[in-house]
Design a binder for this molecule. Sequence first.
Ligand SMILES: NC(=O)c1ccc[n+]([C@@H]2O[C@H](COP(=O)([O-])OP(=O)(O)OC[C@H]3O[C@@H](n4cnc5c(N)ncnc54)[C@H](O)[C@@H]3O)[C@@H](O)[C@H]2O)c1
Ligand SMILES: [Fe+2]
Length: 386
Amino acid sequence: MDLHPFSNIMSPTDIWFGPGSAGRIAEACQELHLDRVLLVADRYLVSSGSIRVVTDRLDHAGITYHVLSEFHPSPAVSEVEAACDVMRDHQLQGVIGFGGGSSLDVAKAVAMLQTNPLPVNQYAGMYKVPRKSAPLILIATTAGTGSEVSIGSILKDDVTHVKLGIQSKHILADISIADPELTISMPPALTAYTGMDALTHGIEGYVSRFGNDVLRLLQREGIRLISGSLRTAVFNGKDIQARQNVMMGSMLVGWAMASSRLGACHAMAYPVEAKHTAAHGEVNAALLPAVMRFNALGDLPRFRELAELLGEPVEGLSDRQAAFRGVEAVETLSADIGIQRLGALGVTEDELPEMADIAVNYERLMVANPRKVSFEDAMQIYRDAM
Ligand SMILES: NC(=O)c1ccc[n+]([C@@H]2O[C@H](COP(=O)([O-])OP(=O)(O)OC[C@H]3O[C@@H](n4cnc5c(N)ncnc54)[C@H](O)[C@@H]3O)[C@@H](O)[C@H]2O)c1
Ligand SMILES: [Fe+2]
């Protein structure tokens, strides 16, 4: 076991997992002594009525809530700051986030600002949040970003549109609810993108320089569950077992992500997201095989393990052959579920130098990547993904 004394295993929030667990929202509020809350959920989740699984229970329990949905997918810093005073104005005690990563990340940032009054940008980076957030309950409706158990809130800078990450255990949820029934309403494309985001968290975390054997226990099972069930979740979305597997996988790798961090794939996805409207998971998925092909040569035995986790028979193969089987497995999965190449997402060759320059300077992520990525390397990876 290569768990040395300095290995970090951050333990997550209290997790309530399973079909029907969202129905326990009033109980969660009562446990945290909340009777006036801010409910953060994006416009679609409010207009489609999805949010009623929460509001009906709150109404029944006599818990007062104010709904906040004035933000966009991949929310911007200014959208969070604009919401900051709402809690004070309405004298609310805590925050419920309901939704995908965008809603949960807004909920986390708003809760953080209640006890940490500086502008949001001041808290970007690792461990820069000095005080614990206001009480926070997160309910995931995608599977996913892992935000319900992660220490991150990812927001877009209003000027550059590049994503910044607030990473601190002080923004972890007090109670995290992961109810696979909520993910049944996801259409196939959203299921595919969010599932591939989760798989990317698992794969990047598994090969990270900050990895250790305990984290890899979580990531191993997570990668198996996601890669084994994502096709069914995409093409037979009512299959609750497949939905549960992908959500559990997403949560396990999201939990490990706090300590393992991510790597070059996320660092290279962020500048693409700054310029194009493609979804976060879609961009990660388009880049993942190219990043794996580059990284595999830096740690062939670990990539051999990945291939096995992805269901590839590797007996009798060299480490190199096995490692590249794993890359092919990810490419085949992506093709099966309709993931497009980077060029089809609108990225053009002339944008690549600027993107590569931003990507290699994402220190927080690149430092965890198993192989150092130079500007030229980043250009080559982008071209491979086009
Ligand atoms: N905090 C973290 O640790 C972390 C990790 C990875 C990604 N992220 C961030 O999360 C964001 C992406 O989140 P996401 O991929 O979950 O998508 P999202 O939250 O942006 O939602 C995308 C769309 O799906 C809809 N939706 C959500 N749940 C649904 C459901 N059950 N049925 C039907 N529609 C539903 C939403 O209303 C929205 O229109 C990005 O900003 C990304 O950077 C955060
Ligand atoms: Fe992600």
